[in-house]
Design a protein around this ligand. Sequence first.
Ligand code: ZN
Length: 428
Amino acid sequence: MTASRPVSVQNICHYMQQIAPLSLAEDWDNVGLLLGDEETIVARVMTCLTLTPEVAEEAIELGARLVVTHHPLLFSPVKRVNSTTAEGRLLLKLMQHGMAVYSPHTAYDNAETGINQQLAELMELTEIAPLRTRPASVFNELYKIETYVPELQLDVVRQALWDAGAGALGNYRNWSFNLRGSGTFLGTDKSRPSVGQVGRLEHVEEISVAVVCPANRVEHVVQQLRLIHPYESPAIDVISLKGLPDGTGTGRYGRLSKIMSLGELNQWVGARLSQPTVQFVGDPLMPVEKLGIACGSAAEFLRDAHRLGCQALLTGEARFHACLEARDLKMAMILPGHFATERPAMEELACRLASRFPGLIVTASVKERDPVQVQEWASRSDVMSKAMIRLEWIGDLIFLPVKTRDPCSSINLAWRLESAIPHRRTRH
Ligand SMILES: [Zn+2]
């Protein structure tokens, strides 16, 4: 049996960037290796949704030198790290133990196999596509570089292009397209042509060789090409491929395997995410065929989902006014909780890291808990009867019971009351 090669923080960072390229992160986000030394050798890694003091303690006890946390530390700029703030104390502790922290956050939300895609697959959606297609960023923007060389020099020139960073496309390297053709030139008195004679129209058999190149390598590749090219003034075309859709984007939407009522869909979502309670906005009887998905706290995707013909948006949590907006759009919202929509993907990530680095022990935090708890203080019928008592007492205004747990269920309750007594007004 051969011993596994030691794994450094850098090795894991590189793999994380294959799973969730940092170019997919939102502009406002803070992603990547946020703390620690890339050279640190790690034997144990922990994943979590949020790096709280309890989770940090667990990682330290287990001897994990790297924590991959979905939500970033150091999200807001800091001017000092000291023990007077909770974040400062946490950072100091992590540093004292020589730990590293990596956060993929929105890069992982948006990635091809990231959280939103995982949720869409878990809900068994078909025809899955992004809710918002991203414009190509400078890092995934591609150019095509094309030049013309005599066949004899083709291999050397093409290899130089590849060595300089061109020719990589997705999971492939050494990509090129080669086309045979005929070129002409006439060298003036001051020219020094490598083939043919000065002052005579020359016809040369050439190969047109084209390679793709990321935007940030174009300058270097062209420089190297000029150095290696046999011609004194080689023709080099640099063509921008900017604007081509790259297939990535934020959020997901798709078609359910069968049309469900919102009530059935709530149960389906709850069962798939192991959530016994699910908040929602909308008519429980309304049919849903297309579902939008945006993990975490992402009601800002309501209008995108609406524009794409979705009847409902599944997101973790939403503010009161977003719930009202959903109701105005006649859209349903399903809110199983921020934790429930994101934490399972960090468990999945632990499995992926463990299978990629067999010598490494990778586990998801077991101490991490959803900070939001649910207490059933009364049955649904109790809530309804209390509301009706107040309704009778007040007259033509319907007041919602003050003890109702949250605005979303209030909205649903309001809708039910409105439907029951359509000529009455509702006030929140
Ligand atoms: Zn989140």
